[in-house]
Design a protein around this ligand. Structure first.
Ligand SMILES: Cc1ncc(COP(=O)(O)O)c(C=O)c1O
Length: 450
């Protein structure tokens, strides 16, 4: 049997991050599967971080890393922004949980309403996953219909309904353990293809409650969007009385202060938010038309409240800590310069990374918009973008494991195939990422991997 020689990138990684390897061994005895989020599954082991500040994180071996993972996109203000930290520190002394309503949650909701075009009303959750689950329940209750159309390759969290149609093969839920009848309520359409949506609506007349999508493209922009398609979708859903849900868990407060819907000028009926909405602490929200979110309101009528209402609970919904962080962050976002500055850094970085690809003659593309960048490796990626070839685009992201390892060796933490820029990514940080990318591609080339 042929045995592949271990790559030198792998060897160097094991040496540089030796303490992380030890922690991972320990973790595997205590934590199921050794990790707490599937995206931290990383061969030969994930890295362990001890602290973070601004654009930097320091790992258990003392390595300084320039961060582009940025709290899965929650940290548009960088790690430990002084104003957010101060708000959280003040709040912790006033109590972390009142088990009651409080003024901060009202102010937080008011600020969201000010920023997000579709937000007539706000309802808080604790995560993006909870937000998409609740949005689907609201839409189902509002319309009295059960089916939801979603798009191949778009990500909406990890609850049962979100698992159908996420990764190829799209007719099999991405997780086991999802009951078949649940998966069968989800219909999978093709991104940027309005005919595939129309066909599903025609095949299931009067059955579709909602259409949900990542408006700026599936899997955080790996499957680039078409604005014309968004407009067509808006028109079609209006004609057919189907609730249009934008999942702006990533794009909300990032693409523009009012999210992708503001940038593209297409307003959905319902929007799901998380990440930036809570300023780096846990939190999420469903926002949208009053008439739709009204399905959650108690009317004080026994029959209505028991049989015609959507139930939602959650011990930590809008807890004062998240509200303090979220309100502070969104007040800064409301000043306008935050998204502008993060977007400029994104544009600068994407351009420079493209130059490196060209200079090194390596096959791949740099995708993304605003303050998001995605690096896909492999031949034919431009064509895959042109034709919205979801399988190939998702495979292009799968090929980046060694690149990420090389980037870590060069002092930069990518979020899998790319990551985020924020207000703490200035010229120096962009320069450092670009130099690391150049050195990393050289390492891959030396090992015949690019
Ligand atoms: C578009 C989108 N929707 C939903 C989610 C799920 O959010 P959470 O991780 O807060 O559950 C994510 C998470 O990355 C996301 O990117």
């Amino acid at each position: 049997m042929a045995v592949t020689a271990p790559s030198t990138i792998d060897d160097a990684f094991r040496k540089r991050f030796a303490r992380s390897a030890e922690l991972y061994q320990r973790s595997r005895e205590a934590i199921a599967g050794g990790i707490t989020h599937d995206s931290r599954n990383f061969a030969p082991f994930p890295i362990y971080i001890e602290r973070a500040d601004g654009s930097r994180k320091w790992d258990a071996d003392g390595n300084e890393l320039l961060d582009h993972w940025m709290g899965h996109g929650a940290l548009i203000l960088g790690h430990s922004h002084p104003q957010v930290t101060a708000a959280v520190a003040e709040q912790v002394h006033k109590g972390t949980h009142y088990g009651a309503c409080h003024e901060l949650e009202v102010a937080w909701a008011e600020q969201i309403k000010r920023l997000v075009p579709s937000a007539e009303w706000v309802r808080f959750t604790m995560s993006g996953t909870e937000a998409t689950m609740l949005a689907m329940r609201d839409a189902r209750a509002f319309t009295g219909r059960e089916k939801i159309i979603r798009f191949a390759g778009h990500f909406h969290g990890w609850h049962d309904y979100a698992m159908a149609g996420y990764q190829p093969p799209f007719d099999t839920p991405t997780s086991t353990g999802v009951p078949k009848p649940v998966a069968e309520t989800m219909l999978v359409a093709y991104p940027n293809n309005i005919d595939s949506v129309r066909e599903l609506l025609d095949a299931h007349p009067g059955e579709v409650a909602a259409i949900i999508l990542e408006p700026a493209g599936g899997s955080n922009g790996i499957i680039p969007p078409s604005i014309a398609f968004l407009r067509e979708l808006r028109q079609l859903t209006t004609e057919r009385n189907v609730v249009l849900i934008f999942d702006e868990v990533i794009t909300g407060f990032r693409y523009a202060p009012g999210g992708a819907q503001q940038l593209y000028g297409v307003t959905p009926d319902v929007t799901t938010l998380a990440k930036i909405v809570a300023g780096g602490l846990p939190g999420g929200a469903v926002v949208g038309k009053r008439a739709i979110l009204d399905v959650q309101t108690f009317k004080g009528e026994l029959h209505h409240d028991r049989f015609d209402r959507v139930l939602q609970q959650g011990t930590f919904n809008a807890n004062p800590m998240s509200a303090a962080a979220g309100l502070t962050a969104l007040q800064l976002v409301g000043e306008g310069w935050v998204t502008e500055q993060a977007n400029q850094a994104g544009e600068q970085l994407r351009g420079a990374l493209r130059d490196v690809f060209e200079k090194r003659g390596v096959a791949g593309v740099v995708l993304g918009e605003a303050s998001v960048f995605q690096v896909l490796l492999g031949e034919g990626m431009e064509e895959a973008v042109e034709t919205t070839d979801v399988q190939r685009l998702m495979a292009g992201r799968g090929a980046v494991n060694t690149l990420r390892k090389a980037m870590l060796l060069n002092g930069v933490d990518l979020m899998r195939s790319g990551g985020f820029t924020s207000i703490v990514h200035g010229d120096e940080e962009i320069g450092r990422t670009v130099a690391a990318f150049d050195q990393s591609l050289e390492m891959l080339q030396r090992e015949g991997l690019a």
